[in-house]
Design a protein around this ligand. Structure first.
Ligand code: DSN
Length: 481
């Protein structure tokens, strides 16, 4: 951000906060405080980032007020010419950035993007052939009996995805999620000895289960995926390969993941969020190969209502940013910094799932400290280190308490943290974890939630963090009055 952009953004935010305060001062205050909190803490949540002021400001406009259900040039409301411009530009940037045949930028979130993907695949592979067989153009032409038959087929399809505790996402077939209920589901995990994906085991499961949809991608797996192999497996069993690249879209955009690690040439349908390593506004997006483009385009009305035009505009701005050489360098730094962070932990004796990383995240196994993920997360927060607890493979503590803590480098890399800073971050985290003791319940048994952080540690870590944070300010030059 240049000095002049920072000065203009300062004026803009000052004015915006004044206008907000004139109606509800508590919201203005909470907004101001959130900036202070983000500026003053080590943000290591792997799915978070800091969007640029240009991206953030794009969301605060009257584009928010327009309904635009439908697609570009084919809306269910009048007066959508400016939204058409916005959506076309966002989709164009997305197609060109990722080299995708088709981009659909309307989904409001990652789960929406995944629902659009699921239903597009069902439409393409189940509904359209069934309608053709029945001689109907659409479901409205079906008799009640035919409709029941089709509904039975749509509701009886199979999905194979990575299990949550191996690093997959809720939407990849986790039972309590809609994806685990609308499909017959099975899950693949990782090799118990190495924590790594075992492609032979995935292939064996796929051959046995014969899914319609095979999902590749992860939220907490600290390694790259060979999407060429996943596509080979999908092709062998006649499955559609859906890739959820929400976590690592920035590394794909920044050409850190290329060749077999680039999901775009291999995934029939690829979904993402736009706010994680991609550093855009909070939202989702679906990229598709030609065969699925028309089905994905039916996201609204199939699954979605009115698109968030102001967010699509911000997606366009963020995607334009992601097409720069500066973003490429950023993406490489994200991966390099994760490696430094992992090396820092391992050299200090901390156990990591898969013994390292080659993407943007590391997963600490805090059972080596005698802690649950929940205790570690809380103690770290006391010291100003913001993380999230996360399951490790076959987690003995379940998904609530967990045995892991997930850390990611995208946000602090945006602030300018490099190798020295991330090595120091690992040192500070080890300081907290090695000085935290698990607590006991009122009945005197070991607690999975309470803990005792030794006196003085939080202050010591906060002081050391402050030096790193002050040297790498968030939104340098942006000052609120
Ligand atoms: N909540 C996101 C994450 O933290 O990975 C995924 O939805």
């Amino acid at each position: 951000m240049t000095d002049s952009v920072a000065a203009t953004a300062s004026t803009a935010y000052d004015a915006a906060l004044k206008v907000i305060a004139s109606v509800e001062p508590r919201i203005a205050e909470a907004t101001r405080r959130e900036l202070e909190d983000q500026r003053g803490s080590l943000k290591l949540i792997a799915s978070e980032n800091y969007a640029s002021p240009a991206v953030l400001l794009t969301m605060g406009t009257w584009l928010s007020d327009k309904y635009a259900e439908g697609t570009v040039g084919h809306r269910f409301y009048a007066g959508c010419q400016n939204v058409d411009t916005v959506e076309s530009l966002a989709a164009e940037h997305a197609r060109e950035l990722f080299g995708a045949d088709y981009a659909y930028v309307q989904p409001h979130s990652g789960i929406d993007a995944n629902l659009v993907a699921f239903w597009s695949i069902l439409a393409n592979r189940v509904e359209t052939p069934a309608l053709a067989k029945l001689g109907a153009k659409n479901v409205n032409e079906l008799t009640e009996a035919d409709w029941e038959t089709l509904r039975g087929e749509l509701g009886n399809q199979r999905l194979l995805g990575m299990s949550l505790d191996a690093g997959g996402h809720l939407t990849h077939g986790f039972r309590p999620n809609i994806s685990g209920k609308m499909f017959h589901q099975q899950q693949y995990g990782t090799d118990p000895a190495t924590g790594l994906l075992d492609y032979d085991a995935v292939a064996a499961k796929a051959r046995e289960f014969k899914p319609l949809i095979m999902v590749a991608g992860y939220s907490a797996y600290p390694r790259r995926v060979n999407f060429a192999k996943m596509r080979e497996i999908a092709d062998e069993v006649g499955a559609v390969l859906m890739v959820d690249m929400a976590h690592f879209a920035g590394l794909v955009a920044g050409k850190v993941f290329t060749g077999d690690e680039d999901p775009i040439p291999f995934g029939h349908v690829v979904t993402t969020t736009t706010h994680k390593s991609l550093r855009g506004p909070r939202g989702g997006m679906v990229l598709a190969q030609k065969e699925f483009a028309a089905d994905v385009d039916r996201g609204c009305p199939m699954v979605l209502g009115g698109p968030l035009s102001h967010v699509m505009a911000a997606k366009a701005v963020a995607l334009a940013e992601a097409r720069t050489d500066e973003f490429k360098a950023y993406a490489q730094n994200v991966a390099d910094n994760a490696k430094t962070l992992a090396d820092g932990f391992m050299s200090r004796g901390t156990k990591l799932v898969t013994d390292g990383t080659d993407n943007h995240l590391v997963l600490l196994d805090v059972s080596s400290y005698g802690l649950t993920g929940r205790q570690a997360e809380s103690a770290l927060l006391d010291a100003g280190v913001v993380t999230n607890r996360n399951s490790v493979p076959n987690d003995a503590n379940g998904a609530w308490y967990t045995s892991g803590v997930r850390l990611g480098t995208p946000a602090l890399t945006t602030r300018g943290f490099g190798k020295d800073e991330f090595d120091k971050v690992s040192e500070l985290i080890v300081d907290v974890l090695s000085n935290t003791q698990p607590g006991v319940t009122k009945a005197g048994s070991p607690s999975k939630a309470s803990y005792k952080l030794a006196d003085g540690v939080a202050d010591r870590v906060r002081a050391a963090s402050a030096e790193l944070l002050d040297a790498n300010p968030l939104y340098p030059g942006l000052q609120l009055s």
